[in-house]
Design a binder for this molecule. Structure first.
Ligand SMILES: Nc1ncnc2c1ncn2[C@@H]1O[C@H](COP(=O)(O)OP(=O)(O)OP(=O)(O)O)[C@@H](O)[C@H]1O
Ligand SMILES: [Mg+2]
Length: 144
């Protein structure tokens, strides 16, 4: 099992790390982000989405649970990125939003903040990334 640890010193560095991960994604990945409030999950997601070619404002889906970004490039098999914030929901709510229709499909990437809260519906091959607050500007980001 590959396990990696990074310490970032600014939100810029955390976004950059997200962007680096984006380059490795091919479709069907489920990226699970865990860690406390303000640990950097949304910041990381912003970099990841940018790296996937999504332009414009990237905001947290906190108040609408899920945000869908459609990718238009015809030559590219990846069609959509789903950004879920599971902070206030239960696994069943996410299932009701069509989880099984998009999660793990070859043309989608799914990013889940607070994924531990809906762990029972997350497939075992998901990528888990843990965010820890070290100080005002420092975060430990571990990939397992
Ligand atoms: N090294 C760093 N990495 C990421 N964010 C940082 C870093 N240093 C400072 N910050 C700041 O910490 C905050 C992280 O907030 P963010 O919304 O990304 O957290 P979150 O984990 O998504 O929280 P929530 O659980 O509330 O959704 C931002 O205000 C960001 O500017
Ligand atoms: Mg967030």
């Amino acid at each position: 099992m590959i396990s990696m640890e990074f310490v970032t010193h600014s939100s810029y560095e955390t976004k950059k790390l997200g962007k680096l991960l984006a380059e490795e994604l091919r479709g069907s990945e489920i990226i699970c982000l865990t860690g406390d409030l303000g640990a950097g999950k949304t910041t990381f997601t912003q970099g990841l989405l940018r790296g996937l070619g999504i332009k414009g404002a990237v905001t947290s889906p906190t108040f609408n649970i899920i945000k869908v970004y459609n990718l238009k490039a015809k030559s590219y098999k990846l069609k959509a990125v789903f950004h879920i914030d599971a902070y206030r929901v239960r696994a069943k709510d996410v299932l009701d939003l069509g989880w099984k229709d998009f999660a793990g499909k070859p043309d989608s990437i799914v990013i889940v903040e607070w994924a531990e809260r809906i762990k029972k519906i997350i497939p075992t091959n998901a990528v888990w990334i843990k965010f820890e607050w070290l100080d005002e500007k420092k975060r430990k980001i571990s990939l397992k």
